[in-house]
Design a protein around this ligand. Structure first.
Ligand SMILES: [Zn+2]
Length: 231
C-alpha cells in the first residue's frame, strides 16, 4: 500500500467514526431511547482512551464546543492498539472534566466520570489516557497534562513525551493546575490508577487533507508509547 493510500484509508476510518459524534439524528434517537450519554468498551490491554469532550459540553451554564475528532481518535486508537475506550456520545447539560474541583469525599455526580471510575476498578484498568483539544496556550503542541500532584508518575509522562518528540511533535509536560482536568484527577484520587491527558492541537486531530500526515504521526507516537509501556 502506498503512503497516500494509507493516509486516505486513515481519513475514511476517522470520518466514519466521527459520524457517531456529529450525526444529530442518531444521537436524538439514542436520547429518546434513554441511552446513556457515553459508551465504554474494555480492550485486551488494561488501557482506556477517554474522550469526555467528544461532543459539546455545558460548563457553568455556558456551551463549550466539542474537542473535535477526539471521540473518533479514542475509538480508532483503542481498536488499533487493543485498548479500550470511553467516549461521550451526547451532551447531558454538564462537563465530565469539570466535576467539583475539591470533590474528594462526596459521591461523584457526573455520569461519565462515575461510570469511568467504576469500570476502572471493575476491569482492573492500569492507565487512562484522556484526549482533549489544545488550549490556547500551546497551539502547535500535543501537551502531556498530569496536574501538580502528578496523576501519573514522571517515568510514564516522560515516556509519552519521548515518543511524541521522536515523531517531531512539539510537546510540553504541564504540571500546572487548571480549571478542567477532573477526569485524570478524580481517577487518580479515587482509584489510584495512573492517568494523564493529551491536549492535541487542531493540526494533529482535525481530519483534513493537509493534517493527515500529522495525525498519522501522532497515532504512531502513541502506538510506540503503548508498546514500550506494556513491554
Ligand atoms: Zn477538552
Amino acid at each position: 500500500m502506498t503512503k497516500n493510500t494509507k493516509l486516505q484509508e486513515l481519513k475514511t476510518n476517522l470520518l466514519n467514526l466521527n459520524n457517531r459524534f456529529t450525526n444529530g439524528e442518531i444521537r436524538k434517537t439514542e436520547i429518546l431511547k434513554g441511552a446513556p450519554n457515553y459508551e465504554y468498551k474494555r480492550g485486551v490491554l488494561p488501557i482506556i482512551f477517554s474522550a469526555p469532550h467528544s461532543v459539546y459540553q455545558i460548563r457553568d451554564g455556558v456551551i463549550k464546543w466539542a474537542d473535535s475528532f477526539t471521540g473518533a481518535l479514542a475509538m480508532y486508537l483503542a481498536d488499533k492498539l487493543n485498548c479500550g475506550y470511553m467516549v461521550r456520545t451526547y451532551c447531558a447539560n454538564d462537563d465530565p472534566n469539570y466535576e467539583d474541583k475539591e470533590n474528594n469525599s462526596k459521591e461523584i455526580k457526573n455520569e461519565y466520570l462515575k461510570y469511568l471510575t467504576e469500570k476502572t476498578q471493575e476491569d482492573d484498568i492500569a492507565l487512562i489516557i484522556d484526549l482533549h483539544g489544545a488550549s490556547n496556550l500551546h497551539k502547535e503542541n500535543v501537551d502531556v497534562i498530569h496536574g501538580k500532584n502528578y496523576t501519573a508518575p514522571k517515568e510514564v509522562t516522560n515516556l509519552i513525551e519521548k515518543h511524541l518528540k521522536a515523531l517531531n511533535i512539539k510537546s510540553l509536560s504541564n504540571k500546572a493546575d487548571f480549571s478542567g482536568g477532573a477526569v485524570i484527577r478524580q481517577i487518580k484520587q479515587r482509584t489510584g490508577v495512573n492517568a494523564f491527558a493529551l491536549e492535541i492541537t487542531p493540526s494533529h486531530r482535525k481530519v483534513k487533507e493537509e493534517n493527515l500526515q500529522n495525525i498519522e504521526s501522532l497515532i504512531t507516537a502513541i502506538s510506540n508509547f503503548i508498546n514500550e509501556y506494556t513491554k
